[in-house]
Design a protein around this ligand. Structure first.
Ligand SMILES: Cc1cc2nc3c(=O)[nH]c(=O)nc-3n(C[C@H](O)[C@H](O)[C@H](O)COP(=O)(O)OP(=O)(O)OC[C@H]3O[C@@H](n4cnc5c(N)ncnc54)[C@H](O)[C@@H]3O)c2cc1C
Length: 414
């Protein structure tokens, strides 16, 4: 059995650490902060059993025009950063063409199909049932035409992948969600998806489980990773931590570290914001307001509104536009009180142009492993790709793992 450093204690890092540990490896989980305080902290909390097709760039001209002219609230951008990401965005655009996207979705759907099953034993063992709702979530539509389209799409996903859903008209939705004060055109209820009312607390619960099973959590800086002989070493509190293997699970920061080792990772960061609001009547289920590009979910801290994507570099300043538009739209349908925090939170979805996470051995460095690039569904997929990585680590290859392999996906490694 090997000693392994897992770098990054978000949902992907802890999923990896638990899976390696379950196979008998001695795992040290390294983060520069408390576990689960970055991207895995601020998401919408959905464990998305319905998300069998990863989020593609729309290719229809009217939709692209709405994006370009700032009419859409789901995607906004900073022109300078669009140029900076141009090669990766171009690859992403090409991968979004229907035939390729369908092929990618065949892989993605296999990951998503396992997601709730892979979370389930961890939730039970971590005593985290109180953080989980197994009630699905609603995608709500304000206009009949959009709802009709969504109805057809839900049927396509049912026939193609077996994704379960039910349809509600506006009146039925108001009965199920007394917090709504206005009838909408309708909703698709994705019944097999789960959600958490505190994503960071879920990561923390998994970390406590990892520690109770003998795992070690340490504070260290992955940016100082180096190899000396056959040993990987990171500097940390009280000295260096060493092991024969290291897994990079640094989410949006993974490309920064890997550039130092000669890997060019074409990641696009899609920033998302959240803010909590006081609300008198909690929602029974999270609600995605499709027309306004926001998810509303009752969390422990208040009603969390999360936004869609802003294409902007990590250091770019806060732009509250998507949250403000989402807030105005939410006020039309719900009673929304004052913000809970003085400032919105933001984080960056780590998105690969081919929409798949990168999982497997580093092509050029023995003992170095990758598990990052989970884009819109890292909370959902952390335990699943953690298990896949652990299988590969123990020499168990599979067609699914091959499709996520860094050797095939990062050809520019120098
Ligand atoms: C607004 C928003 C909504 C979202 N909604 C959902 C959702 O509903 N469902 C879903 O499945 N996904 C959702 N996502 C995506 C999901 O949050 C991410 O895919 C996921 O959190 C990525 O997890 P990670 O572990 O890879 O990264 P992170 O959670 O960011 O973890 C990386 C860790 O690396 C650490 N780190 C970085 N640099 C260093 C260093 N030098 N040394 C040591 N440690 C370091 C960080 O401190 C951090 O803890 C959403 C994302 C956003 C932004």
């Amino acid at each position: 059995m090997a000693e392994v450093l897992v770098l990054g204690a978000g949902m992907v890092g802890i999923g990896t650490a638990l899976a390696l540990q379950a196979r008998g490896h001695a795992v040290t989980l390294v983060d520069r902060r408390e576990p689960g305080r970055e991207t895995s902290y601020g998401n919408a909390g959905l464990i998305q059993r319905e998300a069998v097709e990863p989020y593609a760039i729309p290719r229809e001209l009217p939709t692209l025009w709405r994006y370009l002219t700032g009419q859409s609230n789901d995607v906004t951008y900073h022109l300078r950063d669009v140029f900076r990401f141009a090669p990766a965005l171009w690859s992403y655009f090409r991968a979004s063409a229907t035939p390729r996207h369908r092929a990618i979705a065949r892989t993605y759907a296999q990951l998503i199909a396992r997601s709730t099953d892979d979370h389930a034993p961890l939730i039970a063992a971590a005593d985290a049932e109180g953080l989980i709702r197994r009630a699905g979530f609603y995608q709500v539509y304000r206009e009949a035409r959009a709802f009709d389209g969504a109805t057809r799409e839900a049927e396509r996903l049912r026939q193609t992948y077996g994704v379960a859903s039910r349809l509600l008209d506006g009146a039925a939705l108001m009965v199920e969600e007394p917090a709504l004060r206005k009838s909408l055109a309708g909703a698709v209820h994705w019944t097999d998806s789960w959600s958490t009312n505190d994503p960071a607390a879920l990561v923390e619960a998994y970390v406590r489980l990892f520690q109770a099973r003998g795992g070690r959590l340490v504070t260290g800086d992955a940016a100082g990773l180096e190899r000396q002989g056959n040993v990987w070493r990171v500097p940390g509190d009280g000295g260096a931590f060493e092991a024969a293997a290291a897994v990079v699970a640094l989410g949006p920061w993974s490309p920064d570290l890997l550039a130092r080792f000669g890997y060019r990772v074409p990641m696009v960061w899609k920033r998302g914001y959240h803010r909590h609001f006081e609300h008198p009547t909690p929602l029974n289920r999270p609600l995605m307001d499709v027309a306004n590009g926001v998810v509303l979910s009752s969390m422990q801290q208040g009603l969390r509104m999360t936004t869609g994507a802003e294409i902007v570099a990590r250091g770019g300043s806060i732009n509250p536009r998507q949250l403000e538009r989402g807030r105005a739209a939410a006020r039309e349908i719900l009673e929304l009180g004052e913000p809970v925090e003085a400032q919105p939170w933001f984080g960056h979805r780590p998105c690969m142009p081919d929409m798949l996470p990168v999982v497997g051995a580093a092509p050029l460095h023995p003992g170095l492993w990758f598990n990052f690039g989970h884009g819109h569904q890292g909370l959902t997929l952390g335990p699943t790709t953690g298990e896949l990585l652990a299988e590969l680590f123990d020499g168990e290859d599979s067609a699914l793992a091959q499709a996520l392999s860094p050797a095939r996906r990062l050809p520019a490694a120098a």
